[in-house]
Design a protein. Structure first.
Length: 319
């Protein structure tokens, strides 16, 4: 697999992520389990975005000194485009998390813990899938066409499903959990279960974590092919993904109260996936310049957000 990543870059990235997670978890423990306000979530969200941009700037400088201007600019654009795409797709994760928290009535104080576990799980899953995907792409070029078709179909499916509220009562995983596990109805603090052996009973928090885990898998499968349409370098694929996921917890609390206002974002994300899928299917016919791809993705997401704010949900539904 061709990659700009060397021992120094991989080591520096791993150390930076580990340090960022340690600081995040340490500050969360110091503050205790509490309801995160809008201002706190905003500061954390800006901090995570700033960290990703600082990493990209540092990577550009390193490559500029070691590989030249052309390579540094190309990689910088690849990282930025991948980060933007994955960050946008992460918003869909947040809406699903919010739906689960609301459905199960997860206490505000416990939401942080669930989100932290969800973020850590997403990082591990994406790392595994990225290296598998990179190995497949390096060996079988036709896999790119498979990814492209998958993204195009996913975009169409997302467009058709946009605006509809998922029915959790019919979710097969949830129905299986409630049918096969001995559950208790009330939360027991941070406990996932009470009792031992055959007397063990699982709390609603355990069910929520199980649903979050399967959601991580689904969104990882959806988002990983998207980044391979931008670059096949596993270092850029992984770093842009991880930095997009790192700010998921803060972004959840930032957008939790505004989810309904971005009711058209799902249509924008569907168009992004369809555009990226088409770009991948045409990779050997038409080479779409990276700046154009970045501008298109940004324009689609920006337009869907702006239209959501200009046309409130009640206006959209009352035509």
């Amino acid at each position: 697999m061709d990659s700009i990543g060397n021992g120094w870059l991989w080591g520096g990235f791993t150390l930076l992520v580990a340090l960022a997670l340690w600081v995040d978890l340490a500050l969360m423990r110091r503050g205790g389990l509490h309801k995160v306000g809008f201002r706190e979530a905003l500061y954390w969200s800006l901090g995570w975005v700033g960290l990703a941009l600082a990493f990209n700037a540092g990577l550009w400088w390193y490559l500029h000194e070691t590989a030249g201007q052309a390579v540094a600019s190309r990689v910088g654009l690849e990282f930025l485009t991948g980060y933007l795409v994955e960050k946008a797709l992460a918003v869909d994760n947040i809406f699903v998390f919010l739906m689960l928290f609301t459905y199960f009535g997860v206490p505000e104080q416990q939401r942080q813990r669930v989100l932290v576990i969800g973020v850590l799980g997403a990082i591990v899953l994406r790392a595994i899938l990225i290296f598998i995907g990179a190995a497949l792409v390096a060996r079988f070029h036709w896999v790119l066409y498979l990814f492209g078709a998958f993204l195009l179909l996913t975009g169409i499916k997302m467009w058709l499903a946009a605006g509809q509220t998922p029915d959790l009562e019919r979710n097969p995983l949830l129905r299986w959990l409630t049918a096969h596990l001995p559950l208790i109805r009330r939360y027991q603090g941070s406990a996932l279960w009470i009792g031992r052996g055959r007397r063990r009973r699982y709390t609603p928090l355990f069910v929520v974590l199980a649903m979050i885990a399967i959601t991580d898998v689904i969104f990882a499968v959806d988002s990983i092919p998207a980044i391979f349409a931008i670059t096949t370098d596993p270092f850029i694929v992984l770093t842009s993904n991880v930095f997009a996921v790192l700010g998921l917890r803060a972004m959840f609390f930032l957008l939790a109260g505004m989810a309904e206002r971005f009711h058209l974002l799902s249509y924008g994300l569907a168009l992004v996936l369809a555009f990226i899928g088409g770009k991948m299917l045409l990779i050997d016919v038409v080479r779409i310049p990276l700046p154009l791809a970045l501008g298109t993705v940004a324009a689609i997401i920006g337009a869907s957000v702006a239209l959501s704010l200009l046309r409130p949900p009640h206006a959209a539904g009352g035509k």
